[in-house]
Design a protein around this ligand. Sequence first.
Ligand code: PLP
Length: 394
Amino acid sequence: MISEKMKYFVQNNSALRVMFEEGNRLRAKYGADKVFDFSLGNPNVPAPKEVKQAIIDVLNEEDPIILHGYMSNAGFEDVRQTIAESLNRRFGTGFQFKNLIMTVGAASGLNVILKTVLNPGEEVIVFAPYFLEYGSYVNNFDGKLVEISPDTDTFQPNLEEFEEKITANTKAVIINTPHNPTGVVYSEDTIRKLAAILEAKQKEFKSVIYLISDEPYRELVYDGVEVPFITKYYANTVVAYSYSKSLSLPGERIGYLAIPDEADGSEEMIVAAGIANRISGSVNAPSLQQKVIARCVDACSDIEFYDRNRMALYEGLKKCGLECIKPQGAFYLFVKSPVEDEKQFCEAARKYNILMVPGSSFACPGYVRLSYCVAHETIVNSLPVFAELMKEYQ
Ligand code: PLP
């Protein structure tokens, strides 16, 4: 008999599973080229060539006993030092190896930091729309998720409501920029204002509120947009980074947490996060992948491929009469549904073999998410089909 907690997750897993199975069913029935599956956030650009070379070099050059052995729960020191220096070069930060904890992707990083700081019943604020797994992660530690409603004009965080909803019981706030599912990058102005609100609330409640910056899409930005490095704006920031998207390595499960010295209780937090990594069952991040990414800190997947897809889908959907904010990062478009119930719109699209994720899967009904990490032809071939679909709404 499974636990009550898991019963809830099993029931709520079904929507995604149905979508995944539906994609496979449609491809088997009509052929892959007749199905326009925009539902998955799985990078379709291969990992950069540096990654393959690094795997070969690591296997040839490193001592296998050390390479495949147990290590400090926070990861290899030389790897953490290399990443720290790369961050310092790029963002003017002052990290040393001790500030970095290697994790099993961002998902594990988020769980580790929540395990590290959260007491049962404490609140974690998230901004809708948001990656729905945040709810599961907060639930893992019996925290309370507090949602801020979306600003659908800009999809920047709704700071007025944010200010109102911070309480003496707020322990953490999760932000994600570049953003899944909207593709928005939070502006420097937004980050400054958000930081000022947090500073004032910490004073008011004599509390510590951690800002957890979930950054798996940091390098995936377009039109020369800058992504502010959050630790420089607010001391109590912890960064959860991942190589899943920037190096197209989602299955390899590799990322890190960066806990700056300036964060309240940082020394204790760093020790605790290492232990949380261990007792969560991950023990440490995959050793081979740690060594690989240390040799690829300046590499990145082919962003131009995503950019070409972004522009083709964005312009194409606009021509079909759909409304959407122009994404500046990640690989998603968040499109306004032509009918209030976006699930109905997804159902209608499915009849045309178009698969999209309803916005309610990101706590933002009335919108649909399209992932453009697909073949370019899929986008080109889908546009006349979208035009047909939209005739139903004229
Ligand atoms: N956070 C966001 C916003 C994501 O979109 C994803 C994955 O899609 C993750 C975290 C998890 O990434 P990882 O593969 O590094 O665990």
